[in-house]
Design a protein around this ligand. Structure first.
Ligand SMILES: [Zn+2]
Length: 151
């Protein structure tokens, strides 16, 4: 909240000086509603943007792997516009393979190499995935140990 030199606060929505209680942020209900609606819309847009990327990724995985599992060259996913930065979760299959799968809702893929060629092993998400969803905290511990060593 901005406070003018005169000590008067300004409305978060319209920037006009506010009179009255010290904790007031808006001149009236109209300004408060406008401000809250705009903030909510911006939040919603951000969420929808990320959701639309993951949704598109899921559609690509589903197209390439309608049932069971499939192995596809990475360049096929690239050509279809797959965005590798976004996913809804990470699953690591149990040892000995211990592959990381990047989940997009109910489909997932694992980046693999076959004879030097980058490929995606695509699978439909199974219930047991949930048991092996990656927990970020152990990685955090490693990071802390690393930071302590550095400084
Ligand atoms: Zn106002």
């Amino acid at each position: 909240m901005e406070i003018e030199k005169s000590g008067k606060k300004k409305c978060l929505q319209c920037d006009k000086p506010i009179a009255g209680r010290l904790d007031k942020k808006y001149c009236d209900d109209y300004c408060r509603n406008m401000y809250n609606n705009q903030t909510k819309r911006a939040d919603e847009r951000q969420i929808q943007h990320v959701n639309s990327i993951i949704r598109k990724n899921r559609r690509i995985l589903k197209t390439l792997c309608p049932v069971g599992k499939a192995t596809v060259r990475k360049e096929v996913l690239d050509a279809m516009g797959y965005n590798y930065r976004y996913f809804s979760g990470v699953y690591r299959s149990p040892a000995p393979r211990s592959l990381a799968y990047f989940i997009c809702y109910d489909y997932a893929f694992s980046p693999i190499k076959e004879k030097g060629i980058d490929k995606a092993l695509i699978v439909q998400k199974q219930d047991y995935f949930d048991k092996y969803l990656q927990n970020p905290w152990p990685a955090q511990c490693i990071l802390k140990r690393f930071i302590r060593k550095q400084f």
